[in-house]
Write a protein that binds this ligand. Structure first.
Ligand code: GAL
Length: 364
């Protein structure tokens, strides 16, 4: 795993400045660590509309603080232009490194050129930034594996490999078209689902199977709800048996459409609905027997990995990477650190409590 080098002692307490969309908070009690003294790291997160990104932001800042850095945290509120302006400002303010979870992976070329000119290293956080050489490292989960876990769950629960021939009705949802992860999740899922579609054990009644037909701009739940409602309106007497959803917010939108269409009764049971991120609302939904599954990614580990890379770079060490050839962004292969996700359903959600991701009380 990571090459966690002994921390150098002696960095006295440093002030931590948190700047989250105009909210300035001062946490003066910084931990001691190996941080190049006084260095400030800019952290650009995509949205506050989802639990996970709040946890990411908080965790990155506290990991930076533990290593003796200052942090400036900004959220782009799902507006690509606003994110570019925020990053520009961080560069002008003289940050020593940037950790960026892109909103639109192709909108950052101009601003990253400015970062490169100012010799500011850039870490693509969770989402790979495309079309530029000015991105130094990529830190994420194994995103194809996420897609495979979602598909595997559907295959297992429908018994497709256990002689249960179907045909079963499935509908497919994908993430935001401007997020590079979307294609990894979809590719991972389809690698497992395609053979069952080919031999008609699985059928897609809407006929919408191509990625460009099934994406969900900005991963927006209400957008997914609308698309699902439209699909169900064309179902006639059929019932849907499974919905491939790549993210909990989309899953909740899909479930809302299903409920409006009368699903959730003995005669019309809810289909299998997958998800991702182990968001609190969705974990509760899983426990209540609504959403079926989610993919848990401990983003506290992701934050730790990103900060370790930054700390290595700023201390002239070569960061540990898991894959230096596979994550091509159209211009170069970006060296990648990849963490492993975990599939979670009603039978094993206690892993979230064991990991202290949620307390037992929070899940009640
Ligand atoms: C993706 C990320 C997912 C999910 C989604 C919506 O980039 O990998 O875990 O969070 O964004 O926020």
């Amino acid at each position: 795993m990571f090459d966690r080098r002994a921390l150098l002692a002696g960095v006295a307490s440093l002030a931590l400045t948190l700047s989250a969309c105009g909210l300035e908070s001062d946490a003066s009690e910084a931990g001691s660590g190996s941080g190049a003294e006084g260095a400030t790291v800019g952290v650009a997160m995509p949205t506050r509309a989802s639990d996970r990104w709040l946890t990411d932001g908080k965790s990155v800042v506290s990991n930076l603080k533990a290593k003796g850095y200052k942090a400036k945290l900004v959220y782009g509120d799902d507006d690509p232009k606003a994110q570019v302006a925020q990053i520009e400002k961080l560069i002008e303010e003289g940050v020593s490194a940037l950790i960026i979870a892109a909103i639109d992976n192709r909108s950052l070329n101009g601003v990253l050129k400015k970062a490169a000119d100012a010799k500011i290293p850039v870490i693509a956080y969770d989402r790979l930034i495309l079309g530029t050489k000015n991105v130094d490292y990529y830190v994420s989960f194994d995103n194809e594996m996420v897609g495979r876990m979602q598909a595997h769950y559907i295959i297992e629960k429908l018994g497709l490999e256990d002689g249960n021939k179907g045909p079963f009705n499935i509908e497919l949802f994908a993430g935001s078209p401007d997020d590079n992860n979307t294609k990894y999740f979809f590719a991972g899922s389809m690698a497992l689902l395609q053979p069952f579609l080919d031999d008609k054990q699985l059928v897609v009644p809407s006929g919408q199977t191509e990625l460009d037909k099934i994406t969900t701009l900005r991963w927006d739940g209400p957008t997914a709800e609308k698309r699902m409602s439209k699909i169900l309106a064309g179902y006639g007497g059929r019932q849907v048996d499974a919905v491939l959803s790549p993210y909990d917010g989309i899953s909740r939108g899909v479930l809302a459409a299903l409920h409006s269409d009368g699903y959730g009764t003995a005669a019309k049971p809810l289909p299998i609905v997958t998800g991702q991120d182990a968001e609190l609302e969705s974990v509760k939904s899983i426990i209540a027997g609504q959403q079926s599954q989610t993919v848990y990614k401990d983003v506290r580990q992701l934050a730790d990995a990103a900060v370790t890379v930054v700390d290595d770079i700023l201390n002239d060490r070569v960061p540990w990477v898991d894959n230096s050839v596979g994550y091509k962004n159209g211009v170069k292969a970006v060296p990648a650190v990849l963490l492993q996700p975990t599939s979670v359903d009603k039978t094993n959600y206690d892993v979230l409590i064991k990991d202290d991701y949620f307390t037992e009380d929070e899940l009640k």
